[in-house]
Design a protein around this ligand. Structure first.
Ligand code: FES
Length: 99
């Protein structure tokens, strides 16, 4: 095993869990679309390699979804829509270290 510091200034985790309609889940909305939009936004802002976007399984607050979590900033966005993506990236961007 090797141990190192997290190699990204920020990591956005986008829940795309799909409960197939059995109960509320982030995939009921636009989870995967949000991931794609966030990835595109990260690239267009020149953050590729600094900010990572990953889709995840359930993050535990399903009824509030779609959910996006930003590390290490401790931010949690819920009931996210595609229209919210620029605001999420703006908020993350304000917290990125310069450079
Ligand atoms: S399904 Fe997204 S938090 Fe549970």
């Amino acid at each position: 095993m090797q141990r190192q510091q997290v190699p990204f200034a920020a990591h956005l985790c986008v829940c795309v869990n799909d409960r197939k309609g059995e109960s509320p889940s982030c995939a009921d909305g636009v989870g995967m679309q949000l991931k794609d939009l966030l990835k595109s936004g990260v690239e267009s802002r020149g953050w590729k390699g600094r900010v990572r976007v990953s889709h995840t399984g359930c993050m535990g607050l399903c009824a509030r979804g779609p959910n996006v979590m930003a590390h290490p900033h401790g931010l949690w966005f819920s009931a996210v829509t595609p229209a919210d993506v620029p605001a999420i990236l703006d908020e993350v961007g304000r917290r990125l270290p310069s450079g």
